[in-house]
Ligand binder design. Structure first.
Ligand code: BGC
Length: 371
């Protein structure tokens, strides 16, 4: 069976022959891979900055943004049947009894660091023709979302952030007055920093949650990403044209900043303009080499205290975020089907994997299509 893998020892990336998996437990399902998205993490693994092969292997099969169709299920599988579309989650728990989050199905908050992640950390990923997975780690997706379901995993980043934002901000009586036709976040302003897939999907999720949402990103407008963002009713503002201070002047109190660029410079330029009772969410993982930047530490600390602010880092996602992603992706497709489809800027054959992983990043979301 073909698979896209990295061999960090030999510093190789490419298509390899990999043993086909078989069901060995009655709680497992087997699925045929349809599509796998490529993201910055995959590209970093291919620069050998990140990621590790499983124990006993020299290579790691890549891919954590998967979509498949079920071909076989074990005798004790009840919620998934052959023919179902499935998106698998990424992280699997550590084995330590004292890791309360892992023992409670929240490996995204693992306390030992000994979790594994499919396609990233010590566990083979989804860029292969067939996969076997435990029923509990896959989410069944409605057939109507077939075309765009590969976007689910990157959308879970925003979904997990939103779950946590509501939870943390509860301390402030942050809820908006109930108003007919308006979603719960309607009295709050959110600035999404970055216009890549995580940023654009985040902008959609915050808009659906009712937030008055803006995308703040480097490139001057108009450009293809600004046009895409504005096509679903979110204003795009370029950091080359509008400084963070001007941004805050224009928007008024910024309640949420959702960072989706993976670089600290622009994020820390925006942090000082976070508003009263604001929450700043980091989702990006800066890649090596890590350049030094200068930040206005005293000013930021003063603000954080005087304005009751929170800075939150978030990684990976639990089942709740996957469930919300399925729900929201359905809403996105009802409201903005063309914009959602336009996020997938390329579907490519396996043979192009090396170029996509190692070449210059282009488009928004590139996907490997298996059939
Ligand atoms: C993945 C997460 C993962 C993180 C760190 C991201 O690209 O989407 O699932 O936890 O990388 O490895």
């Amino acid at each position: 069976m073909k698979a896209v893998a990295v061999n960090p020892e030999k510093r190789e990336v490419g298509v390899i022959d990999h043993p086909a998996p078989e069901i060995s437990l009655s709680t497992e399902i087997k699925f045929r891979t349809l599509e796998v998205g490529i993201c910055g993490t995959d590209r970093e693994i291919c620069r050998f900055d990140y990621g590790n092969p499983p124990n006993g292997f020299n290579h790691l099969v890549l891919g954590h943004e998967g979509l498949g169709v079920v071909t076989e299920v074990g005798a004790e599988v009840h919620s998934v049947k052959p023919g179902d579309l499935v998106v698998p989650t990424v992280r699997r728990p550590c084995h330590h009894d004292h890791c309360i989050p892992c023992r409670n199905d929240r490996s995204d908050f693992c306390t030992t660091g000994h979790f594994v992640e499919r396609g990233i950390k010590e566990y083979h990923g989804f860029m292969t023709e067939y996969m076997v997975e435990q029923e509990r780690y896959v989410c069944v997706v409605p057939p109507a979302l077939r075309d765009v379901a590969v976007l689910m995993e990157p959308l879970t980043v925003a979904e997990k952030a939103l779950i946590q934002i509501w939870h943390i901000q509860k301390r402030l009586h942050w809820e908006c007055p109930v108003a007919a036709g308006l979603a719960p976040g309607h009295c709050h302003k959110a600035v999404i920093v970055g216009a890549g897939p995580i940023g654009i999907l985040g902008a959609m999720a915050f808009k659906v949650a009712g937030f008055d949402t803006y995308v703040y990103s480097r490139s001057k407008a108009p450009n293809p990403k600004s046009e895409l963002v504005e096509s679903f009713g979110v204003k795009y503002i370029s950091s080359e044209q509008v400084s963070p201070e001007e941004l805050a002047k224009r928007l008024g109190n910024i309640d949420v900043v959702y960072e989706a660029v993976g670089g600290a410079k622009i994020a820390f330029d925006v942090l000082p303009v976070l508003g009263l009772n604001g929450i700043f969410v980091f989702t990006g993982i800066p890649g090596f080499p890590l350049p030094h930047i200068t930040i206005d530490g005293e000013f930021i600390m003063r603000n954080m205290v005087l304005k009751n602010q929170v800075v939150l880092g978030t990684v990976n996602a639990g089942r709740d975020a996957f469930d919300n992603a399925i729900h929201d992706l359905g809403i996105f497709m009802q409201r903005w089907p063309n914009a959602v489809r336009a996020l997938i800027t390329g579907r490519h054959r396996l043979e192009s994997a090396r170029e996509l992983l190692l070449g210059k990043a282009n488009g928004i979301k590139n996907v490997l299509a298996f059939s």
